[in-house]
Write a protein that binds this ligand. Structure first.
Ligand SMILES: Nc1ncnc2c1ncn2[C@@H]1O[C@H](COP(=O)(O)OP(=O)(O)OP(=O)(O)O)[C@@H](O)[C@H]1O
Length: 359
């Protein structure tokens, strides 16, 4: 990571039966997801970053600015951060615009960002004169995010911003979060329980367990570790970066080219050249020692086994396979792994049943 464009966070915070003990160096731009079971300490860590939890021995610097060390600790209201909660908590008596302006009026104008760009980014221009009671849950959350960004923060903290929304509202708001991911220059720390949100939004992933860091690293690397899938359960899988390489109009299929191969999927209307994230779940990948020439599954890739691990279910195994520079994980029964005599270094064929495009 470039010098200074990082967040360094060290906290040791003891509570009755819980201890947060983390020493993290996170990217200074992009989305870092804090992921872990309930009670693993995600919100506590976010509150430490915001200065809402006091750890006198803590240390925090954000892109070269020291917010906390042994000598001083910036109080929360002096930290240039935005905090987005599960519910937006807008002022009910103010319009959307009034809510956006409320925080701004309280800080020197020099620090305020251009409201128009924030309104555009979150797509709320048509809602400015409405009161919160006339907004859907997803719209309220978009206004809450815009309000946090209006203060031109140097760090955006988001604590499960989608968890109070139903699936339809989540799907409505996710494209806006993806835009934040692409367009914001500041780092975002994003707490979530959802593997789907991690796959869509995160660049960097921190997995917490009982207050400590179980794993951290770039999304693509952490997701392919076979010693962690317990945290992901049914959602074990990989995320690849792919480009639409061709469209087969006759069959309405699109070819996704990734480092090491390509996969065909249904055509979703994206043009050739568009780069997307692609998620392939381990349960959708099967293995064969010979080329399965007669199969309804048309995505067949050649790869080499580079790790074998246990799944959270005792009867299942996870096999990591390198396909060129990319990595896939297959989930199969231990009996199948034994009958196929799967070994490290073995060459074999992968059949990929399903691919999810994450945009
Ligand atoms: N004010 C408090 N006093 C004492 N213990 C607390 C307090 N707040 C939280 N805890 C404990 O600290 C631990 C971590 O809680 P935290 O809310 O950070 O977890 P989390 O990973 O965010 O959980 P969730 O996903 O359920 O929101 C839990 O064991 C919780 O019971």
């Amino acid at each position: 990571m470039a010098e200074n464009k990082i967040i360094v966070a060290r906290f040791r915070l003891a509570r009755c039966e819980f201890m947060l003990d983390v020493d993290l160096t996170l990217p200074g731009r992009g989305v870092t997801a804090l992921f872990g079971h309930s009670g693993s300490g995600k919100t506590t860590l976010l509150r430490c970053l915001a200065g809402l939890e006091k750890d006198p021995s803590g240390f925090l610097s954000v892109n070269g600015d020291c917010w906390q060390d042994a000598q001083h600790c910036l109080p929360t209201h002096k930290r240039p951060l935005g905090y987005v909660f599960q519910e937006a908590n807008l002022f009910p008596h103010l319009t959307v615009l009034g809510n956006l302006r409320y925080g701004i009026q309280r800080i020197p104008s020099a620090k305020v960002t251009d409201l128009t760009s924030v309104i555009d980014l979150l797509g709320i221009g048509h809602l400015l004169n409405r009161k919160p009671e006339r907004l859907s849950g997803g719209e309220r959350q978009r206004v809450g995010i815009a309000r946090a960004l209006a203060l031109n923060p140097k760090l955006l903290l988001m604590d499960e911003p989608l968890s109070a929304l139903d699936v339809q509202r989540k799907n409505e708001i996710l494209p806006y979060l993806e835009r934040l991911h692409d367009e914001l220059e500041i780092p975002v720390i994003y707490v979530t329980h959802s593997p789907d949100e991690v796959a869509r939004l995160a660049d960097y992933l921190v997995v917490l367990e009982q207050g400590t860091v179980l794993a951290e690293g770039g999304l693509f690397n952490v997701l392919t570790r076979l010693d962690l899938p317990i945290s992901l359960g049914e959602d074990v899988g990989v995320v690849l970066s792919a480009t639409i390489g061709a469209i087969d109009d006759a069959w309405q299929l699109a070819r996704l080219d990734f480092a090491g191969g390509s996969l065909w999927t249904r055509h979703h209307g994206f043009g050739v050249g568009r780069t997307l994230r692609v998620r392939v779940l381990a349960r959708d990948v099967s293995l064969a020692v010979e080329h399965p020439s007669l199969s309804s599954i048309q995505n067949i890739l050649f790869g080499v086994v580079d790790a074998i691990g246990d799944d959270h279910h005792e009867g299942l195994a996870l096999v990591r396979v390198c396909v060129g520079e990319s990595v896939f994980i297959a989930r199969l029964t231990k009996r199948a792994a034994s009958e196929l005599n799967i070994q490290l270094g073995q060459s074999l064929w992968l059949q990929v049943k399903s691919v999810a495009l994450l945009e």
